[in-house]
Ligand binder design. Structure first.
Ligand code: SAM
Length: 242
């Protein structure tokens, strides 16, 4: 089973990521503003998780449809933030071509797949369902921030509240970050490709986007070596004629 099928669909996931609910308003408001689309725009929240960022998108006047693979997340989403939702896989989206004005992809939700082809496929699917000129907002953790953080604690288990343990390290080829977690006796392993900045740009361009200068934080400062995030606003180019 691919790691993301189980890790995100486990009841303990909500426990582990509890702190993200408190960050949702600030994070969602800033990121939704960066989409910079008119009120009434159709924005797909992909993947939407349990919907913590949906209120910020709705506050901007967007029509929002969420999509996620995890039934557990979708179930929580429907009870806490009811609205239009679809169960889906990011590699094959169940939407018509050109239907969306915007796609909102927050909290490092790209790079989960084992192959570059599948990770490119996710961006190509985003491009397919956006109308020409539609906007993708892609919010990723910064690679340099991870480099610095991991170099201080690589391969060290740290203990937090209630016996929770976590260890972060690079894959042997230094391209993916492996995060092991043990919580209430259950083991989890995130395995995420962390591309170089240039690779993110190359993949976005290859998938059919024009990319603005990335931002490095929620305040909109330029991306630099000390940035914690990489936030890309990419505009869908019309598909070139064959
Ligand atoms: C880090 S969470 C981010 C969710 C949301 N964007 C947020 O900021 O709260 C990643 C989400 O991706 C979903 N996911 C993982 N792999 C997926 C796939 N192949 N297709 C669709 N969703 C997927 C997970 O179920 C999880 O809800």
């Amino acid at each position: 089973m691919e790691w993301f099928v189980r890790d995100f669909d486990h009841p303990l996931y909500f426990d582990i990521y509890q702190c993200k609910e408190a960050e949702a308003q600030e994070e969602g408001t800033a990121l939704a503003t960066m989409l910079d689309l008119p009120r009434g725009s159709l924005v797909l929240d992909l993947p939407c998780g349990w919907g913590r960022l949906r209120p910020a998108l709705e506050d901007r006047g967007f029509r929002v449809v969420g999509g996620d693979l995890s039934p557990l997340n979708l179930h929580r989403h429907q009870s806490e933030y009811p609205g239009a939702l679809a169960r889906l896989d990011l590699r094959a989206l169940p939407f018509r071509s050109g239907v969306a004005d915007g796609i909102f992809c927050a909290f490092t939700s790209w790079g989960y797949f084992a192959s570059e082809e599948e990770n490119l496929r996710q961006l190509q699917e985003f491009h397919r369902i956006l109308r020409p000129g539609g906007v993708l907002l892609l919010d990723l953790v910064s690679r340099s921030y991870l480099e610095d953080g991991i170099s201080r604690m690589e391969n060290t288990w740290f203990n937090a509240r209630g016996g929770y343990r976590e260890r972060v390290r690079w894959s042997p080829d230094h391209r993916r970050v492996l995060t092991d977690r043990i919580h209430q006796g259950e083991r989890f392993r995130h395995d995420i490709w962390i591309p170089e900045d240039q690779e993110v740009l190359d993949f976005l361009i290859l998938a059919g986007f024009e990319v603005q200068a990335p931002r490095g934080d929620l305040e909109g400062h330029s991306l630099d070596r000390n940035s914690e995030r990489r936030i890309y606003r990419a505009t869908s180019r019309p598909t070139p004629r064959a």
